[in-house]
Ligand binder design. Structure first.
Ligand code: FES
Ligand SMILES: [Fe+2]
Length: 428
């Protein structure tokens, strides 16, 4: 359990909060690149860390992420005209460029310099892989761009989707490092999901319902090792990396693509779950890509034209009690992504962690909370740069391996948990 004040520290990410300042040390996904498909396409509302902004792509292809509201009298620039290298407020015609600089105030005299002194808050917006990334912190401390493997492999090897999740980022993220729920909640998916089924590892996963957890520090966060019995004298290890603050990877299964998540706070009661799948050494097959688009694996089927899942809290996630009874799905909710989201959202927008009762199988979560809290406090009190800012820390991978019982998972897997271009994932 957590003290109420610590729960607040971990879950509040608005401007000026310790965790909000921590998030503002990192490049984080702001949106999918597909949301701004071409020059002068319509601007998109983007809310991150409780700040309301507007993203647009100007006539020259430059990406901007600026304050949503016009500096004149506060109209939303979402109604704006994206034209001739800037966004024009439709109310009285003030115009801004991609850096938030006001470049035209039509009511002023032609020789007026008034607009030079008007600038909206703006953050960089940079395309890497299928994502547009932003950095919302002090420009003087802007770190080098992210190096996560899923955005750096060739386009045909990777796929990313996103979904709106109606709960605080922490309870979504905690699901990402909680390897012990797989045996229960996702047991149906291990047998039937096209992006999960058929791996030898699934058998170990299903047979041993009492995984033993060992958690090791990494430079950027943690490696959470979950150990299950395999053949005589061996253990099956599933290793989940976490890079601070919000990047997690799921241990792989057979030759399936490797998947993972980025959990990004919208505000304190909502987050974006970015779900990716990539293969380090080969293109995704058409069948795999179609399965991802159809909402299998870690992806969701969304309401067309939106990033809201079709199965959501307003329709009880389309729970099917008969499928639950037949054992097709463990909870009655279809799809791995919505199985996770339904339970994480069911805790309420911000779960009260002072009431929980943790067990040793939660040790990854306990360690991650300690690490986040320590980093947020060190940043607030001493200005210490947190782990995970250095792009070198991003070059990690998940792994699933069978090891002799005497071997330490981390010593044996040093190479397996490093993202090395051209080297396949370690997976059974
Ligand atoms: S409110 Fe935008 S130009 Fe007046
Ligand atoms: Fe899950």
């Amino acid at each position: 359990m957590l003290r109420k004040d610590i729960n607040e520290l971990l879950t509040q990410t608005g401007p000026g909060t310790p965790m909000g300042e921590l998030f503002r040390q990192y490049w984080i996904p702001a949106m999918l690149a597909e949301e701004l498909p071409e020059n002068d396409s319509p601007p998109v509302r983007v809310k991150l860390l409780s700040e309301r902004m507007l993203a647009f792509r100007d006539s020259e292809g430059r990406y901007g992420l600026i304050d949503e509201f016009c500096a004149h009298r506060g109209a939303s620039l979402w109604f704006g005209r994206n034209e001739q290298a800037g966004l024009r407020c439709p109310y009285h015609g003030w115009k801004y460029d991609y850096t938030g600089q006001c470049i035209e105030v039509p009511s002023e005299a032609d020789n007026s310099s008034f607009c030079q002194n008007v600038k909206l808050t703006a953050y960089p917006l940079v395309k890497i892989g299928d994502l547009l990334w932003t950095y919302m912190g002090d420009p003087a401390k802007q770190p080098p761009l992210p190096e996560f493997e899923f955005v750096h492999v060739p386009a045909e090897q990777t796929y990313t989707s996103k979904r709106w999740q109606q709960c605080n980022w922490m309870q979504a993220f905690e699901g990402g490092i909680d390897s012990s729920h797989v045996t229960f909640l996702h047991s149906g998916g291990l047998k039937t999901d096209p992006l999960f089924k058929g791996a030898k590892g699934n058998e170990y996963n299903m047979k041993d319902t009492k995984p033993f957890f060992e958690v090791a520090d990494s430079e950027g966060g943690l490696f959470v090792g979950a150990r299950r019995n395999a053949e005589e004298g061996t253990y099956y290890w599933r290793i989940t990396p976490w890079v601070m603050p919000a990047f997690t990877m799921v241990p792989p299964r057979g030759d399936h693509p490797v998947h993972g998540h980025f959990w990004v706070p919208i505000d304190d009661e909502n987050c974006w779950t970015y779900s990716f799948d990539y293969h380090p050494v080969r293109a995704l097959t058409e069948t795999e890509r179609q399965a991802m688009i159809d909402g299998h694996g870690v992806h969701s089927k969304n309401i067309p034209g939106t990033y809201r899942p079709a199965a959501n809290m307003d329709n009880d996630y389309l729970i099917d009690r008969e499928a639950q009874k037949r054992g097709e799905t463990y909870s009655g909710v279809a799809g791995i992504a919505m199985q996770d989201a339904s339970l994480q959202e069911s805790m309420g927008p911000i779960v009260d962690r002072s009431k929980e009762r943790l067990v040793p199988a939660d040790s990854g979560i306990i360690k991650a909370r300690q690490k986040l809290r320590k980093a947020a406090v060190a940043l607030r009190d001493e200005g210490v740069t947190p782990p995970g800012v250095d792009p070198e820390h991003h070059r990690v991978r998940s792994a699933a391996v069978v090891l002799p019982q005497a071997e330490s998972f981390l010593d044996s897997c040093r190479d397996a948990v490093r993202a090395t271009p051209g080297v396949p994932q370690s997976s059974v």
